[in-house]
Design a protein around this ligand. Structure first.
Ligand SMILES: CC(C)(COP(=O)(O)OP(=O)(O)OC[C@H]1O[C@@H](n2cnc3c(N)ncnc32)[C@H](O)[C@@H]1OP(=O)(O)O)[C@@H](O)C(=O)NCCC(=O)NCCS
Length: 189
């Protein structure tokens, strides 16, 4: 677990076209190359905003990328299973029956990666906490859930940070769709 002193020396910087990106290695080549090759194009095309987490304002410790998303219920699928799943989702997340919708606003964590030499120090958790706070504090736009297509090797990491699986249908896929109810942060205040 990272100690407060270390958290104090982490800063979050929004990545823009002219931002200098240092070399970065988190052990996952897709995540490495997204930052180096794609993140600025996503920014220019309004498709995703990336944030750099810097250690002592000079060393690149981690990055993440966010874009809008939604949790959708497919009403064309009339199966009882889907309908019951949706009822269960509404009940579990205590969504008032008057607010039941076929989709709910969300923000997706498109990428989240911590440099290997900074791993296991609580920086991943620091990022998730910062994103949750940013979304509920600003409240410039309605957003109820955080979502992520989680890599298999990161499922426990997200579960430890309060994320749940949306469905069992992707159990055998390379990534699993997980979500976090931002209302939980407000209630824990
Ligand atoms: C997954 C990743 C983001 C975790 O970052 P991190 O800074 O090392 O994680 P933290 O130190 O904040 O860990 C928080 C908790 O999750 C646990 N955890 C972290 N990574 C884990 C993993 N891969 N599997 C199981 N538990 C994990 C930690 O043990 C810790 O638990 P604790 O509170 O009980 O001690 C990082 O390993 C990474 O960037 N991996 C490569 C890219 C990747 O897989 N990204 C996820 C994309 S979906």
């Amino acid at each position: 677990m990272i100690n407060d002193t270390t958290i104090d020396v982490l800063s979050i910087v929004k990545l823009k076209r002219d931002t200098h990106i240092q070399s970065f290695d988190c052990g996952d080549s897709d995540s490495n190359s997204f930052l180096i090759d794609d993140a600025k194009d996503y920014y220019d095309q309004l498709m995703g905003v990336s944030y750099l987490v810097e250690y002592k304002e000079k060393e690149l410790a981690a990055y993440y990328c966010l874009f809008t998303d939604k949790i959708v219920f497919d009403f064309s699928d009339k199966s009882d299973f889907k309908r019951k799943w949706w009822q269960k989702f509404n009940k579990k997340n205590k969504i008032h029956f008057k607010k039941h919708r076929k989709n709910y606003p969300a923000v997706k964590i498109g990428r989240l990666a911590v440099a290997s030499n900074f791993g296991g120090k609580g920086i991943g958790r620091f990022i998730l906490d910062a994103v949750k706070l940013m979304l509920i504090e600003n409240r410039n736009i309605g957003c109820r859930f955080l979502t992520v297509d989680a890599y298999k090797n990161a499922l426990d990491f997200y579960q430890k940070n309060g994320f749940d699986f949306l469905s069992t249908e992707d159990e055998n896929e390379d990534t699993r769709l997980m979500y976090f109810d931002l209302k939980d942060v407000i209630q824990s205040y």
